[in-house]
Design a protein around this ligand. Structure first.
Ligand SMILES: C[S@@+](CC[C@H](N)C(=O)[O-])C[C@H]1O[C@@H](n2cnc3c(N)ncnc32)[C@H](O)[C@@H]1O
Length: 346
């Protein structure tokens, strides 16, 4: 542990981003999130880390440094929720909605890590015609970081999901960060490769796999595991099952008779995974996206597979909470690729 780069993960959730850094050989010394459920999962899976429940609007880095006895940090990572960014002209204003971002900035300013990685939704790059992006760059340059940024597509990096995320990397040594080149641009992992070994029915936590692995991805993601956790199916109403049964593999509400088109008021409703493609972006459990074959939504384990969590990463609390923790996460495999590249700069 001693010679691994030391990392603090802010807004760590269940620890998807952290997991990628651990897999790349980093030591996550601290994770902070205000959500108890997510921290329970974080601590269960990251035995060498310390996840604490705290509100980052009020917990200052000075207090963290003192209470957790941390004086030296190599990297700060995290995804402050910034959906509500408010700007005046080209500036991020000091109102409540921006305080989580400001808190991340303040932690970086206080600990002065060699590098930081900030993750966010892709449209952070375009809102206000790029004004937010420019302001983020200016804010961190002011405190001594050379900034790089890019939107990455998870399915380019071996994740069976077309999830896009924006990343900002700052380096204190003045060099520019080279984002990793895609590893699977032409051979993307499909949703069938990811989940076809998991059955239609529930498996009790700790029950054995009901079949052998059926793809290289499944073999890797099982990670030597013999038993399954978090594969509890959702029991839908008969009407829901009847409707989704009419949608083919990869289809959506457009395959339904006209009178059923507007049964749900969102255009992502009644969407089935396409077995021959990576999944669409896993959400936080809205029951609009269905398995490519079975007439039900994916289980937490299937969703975790589509996010590239290994099968021995176990989600705590109830099913609704698990799906939210998973949908919130950065895919560990994508995080790992960035983390490997970042090591060369440390
Ligand atoms: C997008 S999720 C982070 C996912 C995480 N990076 C991962 O890869 O698993 C954002 C997290 O911010 C947390 N959060 C929101 N407001 C917060 C606050 N004021 N203080 C601490 N955590 C907060 C949420 O509970 C949520 O877990």
């Amino acid at each position: 542990m001693n010679n691994k780069p030391k990392v603090i993960d802010l807004f760590c959730g269940c620890g998807g981003l952290s997991q990628g850094f651990i897999d790349a050989g980093y030591n996550i010394i601290l994770g902070i999130d205000k959500w108890q459920d997510a921290i329970e999962t974080f601590n269960f899976n990251h035995k060498n880390s310390n996840g604490i429940v705290a509100d980052l609007l009020t917990l200052s880095p000075e207090t963290v440094s003192k209470n957790e006895k941390i004086d030296n940090v190599d990297v700060i990572i995290g995804g402050p929720p910034c959906q509500g960014f408010s700007i005046a002209g080209k500036r991020i204003v000091d109102d409540e909605r921006n305080q989580l971002y400001k808190s991340f900035l303040h932690y970086v300013e206080f600990f002065k890590p060699k590098a930081f990685l900030m993750e966010n939704v892709p449209n952070i790059m375009s809102i206000g015609k790029g004004a937010i992006k420019e302001q983020i760059i200016i804010d961190f340059e002011k405190i001594g970081y050379k900034m790089s940024n890019k939107i990455l597509l998870a399915s380019d990096y071996g994740v069976p999901q077309n999830r896009k995320r924006a990343f900002f990397v700052g380096l204190r040594d003045g060099s520019l960060f080279d984002f990793p080149e895609p590893t699977t641009p032409d051979n993307k992992i499909t949703s069938m490769e990811a989940i076809s070994d998991l059955p239609e029915h529930t498996l009790k936590d700790g029950e054995s796999y009901s079949s052998d692995s059926k793809s290289n991805y499944q073999k890797q993601i099982r990670n030597g595991n013999k038993v399954v956790f978090n594969h509890q199916i959702t029991e839908h109403k008969n009407k829901t099952i009847e409707i989704i049964a009419m949608v083919p593999d990869g289809g959506n509400y457009k395959s339904l008779p006209k009178e059923l088109h507007s049964t749900r008021k969102v255009n992502i409703a009644w969407t089935r995974l396409n077995s021959n493609r990576p999944s669409f972006t896993i959400d936080t459990g809205h029951n609009h996206h269905f398995h490519y074959e079975f007439n039900r939504v994916p289980t937490a384990r299937e969703s975790a597979r589509l996010q590239s969590f290994h099968d021995d990463f176990i989600f705590k609390k109830g099913k609704t909470s698990q799906l939210k923790q998973i949908g919130n996460a950065v895919p560990p495999l994508l995080a790992k690729e960035i983390a490997i590249k970042l090591k060369k700069h440390l």
